[in-house]
Design a protein around this ligand. Structure first.
Ligand code: ATP
Length: 220
């Protein structure tokens, strides 16, 4: 039998996942206690259940068909934890759970959630980086203290060779790729020069990246 994805909780986060999966032609089962929410997304899922995911019997009845479940319940932390616990007890292979805060996240990890996501915190961080530096196009956390940023090459960087910029020595960060007119130059040769419009893809610790961003802002 085909394994499908289930999304529990149709707030803005769960709802947007359902719409995205639907756009990718993935069959989705949705579960929400709120009938109005289930109706609101009816164009985007193949099966919908109005029900409480803390009801173990209900989850059991669908559990075997789903090896990928997203727990997108937000405010009701107790329901989010209990649902995650039941899903892991039922043997669901991959449970992705949304955390409201770091304590909630820690509990979710402890009880066996395979992936814990912090959408509000992550979005806040991305926006903060974009606010601090007008050249940061994108920010992606790769671990609790390392990130990748997409940095739009400004006039100060133009026509400089990667070697001469010496970013590794000065800031401890590395250019892992350059997006040049939508062509990706992976591990760019240190001898190549940066051109106007280049987007540099940089990796480093958060502290190193902050130092680089602040330094570049002061240079402008
Ligand atoms: P977002 O920020 O994504 O909008 P939120 O934090 O506002 O999320 P909530 O409103 O707390 O999210 O919950 C998301 C959805 O989860 C709601 O539609 C709610 O009805 C549903 N929900 C809450 N508890 C349960 C439960 N035990 N079983 C099924 N659905 C639930």
């Amino acid at each position: 039998m085909k394994k499908e994805i289930a999304v529990i909780g149709l707030g803005r986060f769960g709802g947007s996942i359902v719409m995205e999966l639907s756009a990718m032609n993935v069959d989705v089962l949705v579960i929400d206690t709120d009938e109005a929410r289930v109706n609101e997304y009816q164009d985007y899922y193949s099966d919908g259940i109005i029900g409480d995911s803390t009801d173990e019997m209900m989850l059991k009845s669908i559990g075997n068909n789903y090896d990928n479940v997203i727990v997108a319940i937000g405010d009701n932390i107790q329901a989010s934890i209990l649902t995650t616990l039941i899903l892991k007890d039922l043997g669901v292979n991959k449970v992705t759970a949304k955390a409201q805060n770091s304590y909630h996240g820690k509990v979710l990890e402890k009880i066996g959630a395979d992936i814990v996501v912090h959408p509000e915190r992550d979005m806040g961080r991305r926006i903060a980086h974009r606010l601090i530096s007008s050249s940061v196009v994108e920010y992606l956390e790769v671990s609790s203290n390392h990130s990748i940023i997409e940095y739009s090459a400004n006039i100060k960087l133009e026509n400089k060779r990667i070697n001469d910029l010496n970013l590794r020595e000065k800031f401890g960060i590395s250019i892992i790729a350059i997006n040049r007119d939508n062509d990706i130059i992976v591990s760019p040769d240190p001898q190549i020069s940066i051109l106007a419009g280049d987007i540099l893809i940089l990796i480093g610790s958060d502290k190193q990246i902050n130092n680089f961003e602040n330094f570049m802002e002061r240079l402008k």
